[in-house]
Design a protein around this ligand. Structure first.
Ligand SMILES: C[S@@+](CC[C@H](N)C(=O)[O-])C[C@H]1O[C@@H](n2cnc3c(N)ncnc32)[C@H](O)[C@@H]1O
Length: 387
């Protein structure tokens, strides 16, 4: 496909997303219906579509509307490219720009939430959460996330993982955020097919998610519960660091479907449980709670536009309920660790202060907010000890 034909495809895809269809679904359907598009075309189209979704408001402001066409014009202008060079009307290219579309609008002078691409209603919450870091953090979330792998200590060291990846033409370099983190700086799309991945030497995992696990004091024996295990990324990261028994639980057990396979590949044992209280109490209970996902908006930009004040309030209530459900599972002297991939105080520091306020049997030992300025996603972690 020519670059202009790719732009036409993006316009079609963005129009469907703007009608409310999920981005992944639209991209998959488009690929099925347009078999002539090769893997490079599909990857390039996907990248452009996600670039727009991260910058939807500013693209609309600069492109003069929120149709797929206007958004693409806005993106090209933001990239310093002249849309008229691609909107030529030639075969497969989008029709030429109208007089109205030719009027270039800058993002200068527009309100901060437009310029930095987030909903107006979040401005106060972001300011209260990020203070002077608001602008750089939100700017970071307008751009693609780096790709990180976690070195699985059970099967590799940083050096052996880097060497194995290099055999498949993939370049990984260590990253200061976590001891186990490798930033994949070349050929990231090939990681899932690489020997290092197939043999369980590495897993794909954000560097801050790895740092959060390294922040925990993981017991070396007894039992650990991953109460909101989901796909099990944190269970696997913990399993690389301890001989303790790890049990994974989730309110939606099908989310843990791939966990046995991933654990086998990693060479670790993780049991899934439906009734964690039956197994007794735990030296560490990890609550990686459902949240706004605001720290990971560069990976899942649709979440940025879907979040509402009502949904955020529901999430805060749900997090509090999950913390209260999980607390009795912690053994005396044990630890409740609370994690979100949020940059909002209301889900993080405020949530955990309220938890220790109503649970006098727990004290906050330490907490840390990671933001994208640290290199990975925005994650929060708090360690509460059962007294
Ligand atoms: C942020 S995700 C977990 C991600 C996972 N720990 C990882 O590292 O890949 C939150 C998970 O909490 C689960 N969840 C929601 N409500 C829950 C509840 N009341 N009890 C336990 N899990 C719950 C969701 O199904 C979801 O899988």
């Amino acid at each position: 496909m020519t670059p202009a034909a790719r732009i036409s495809a993006c316009i079609e895809i963005l129009d469907r997303i703007q009608q409310g269809q999920p981005a992944e679904q639209v991209l998959t359907r488009w690929a099925r219906g347009n078999r002539y598009a090769g893997s490079r075309d599909r990857a390039a189209i996907r990248d452009l579509v996600f670039d727009v979704l991260r910058k939807r408001r500013s693209c609309a402001a600069i492109g003069g509307g929120d149709s797929g066409r206007a958004l693409m014009i806005g993106l090209l202008r933001q990239q310093g490219r002249d849309p008229e060079e691609l909107f030529t009307g030639a075969r497969h290219a989008p029709p030429p720009l109208s007089q109205a579309e030719k009027i270039a609008r800058g993002a200068g002078g527009v309100a901060r939430p437009v310029r930095l691409d987030y909903p107006d209603w979040l401005d106060d919450a972001l300011a209260a959460s990020l203070a002077d870091d608001l602008e750089p953090v939100m700017e970071c979330l307008r751009h693609r996330a780096p790709v990180f792998a976690r070195v699985n200590w059970r099967k590799a060291t940083l050096d052996t993982a880097i060497t194995a990846l290099a055999e498949d033409g993939i370049a990984g370099v260590s990253h200061p955020l976590a001891r186990s983190a490798l930033e994949i700086v070349e050929n990231a799309r090939a990681v899932g097919r690489s020997r290092a991945y197939r043999d369980g030497m590495i897993e794909l995992q954000d560097a801050a998610s790895q740092a959060v696990v390294e922040f925990l004091d993981i017991p070396q024996d007894g039992r650990i519960l991953d109460y909101c295990a989901g796909g099990g990324g944190k269970s696997l990261a913990m399993a690389a660091l301890t001989e303790a028994e790890i049990l994974a639980h989730d309110a939606a057990p099908r989310r843990m479907h791939d966990l046995p396979l991933r654990a086998a590949r990693a060479g670790v044992r993780i049991a899934t449980v439906s009734d964690p209280a039956r197994a007794g109490d735990y030296g560490l209970v990890l609550v990686d709670a459902p949240c706004s996902g605001s720290g990971a908006w560069r990976r899942s930009p649709a979440g940025k536009w879907a979040l509402t004040a009502e949904r955020l309030a529901e999430l805060v209530d749900l997090q509090a309920r999950i913390l209260d459900e999980a607390a009795p599972l912690v053994a005396p002297g044990g630890v409740l660790a609370y994690v979100t991939c949020s940059i909002l105080r209301v889900e993080n520091q405020t949530q955990i202060a309220a938890f220790v306020g109503r649970n006098s049997g727990f004290e906050l030992v330490r907490e840390r907010q990671f933001t994208p300025l640290d290199g990975g996603d925005g994650l929060f972690v708090a360690i509460c000890k059962r007294i």
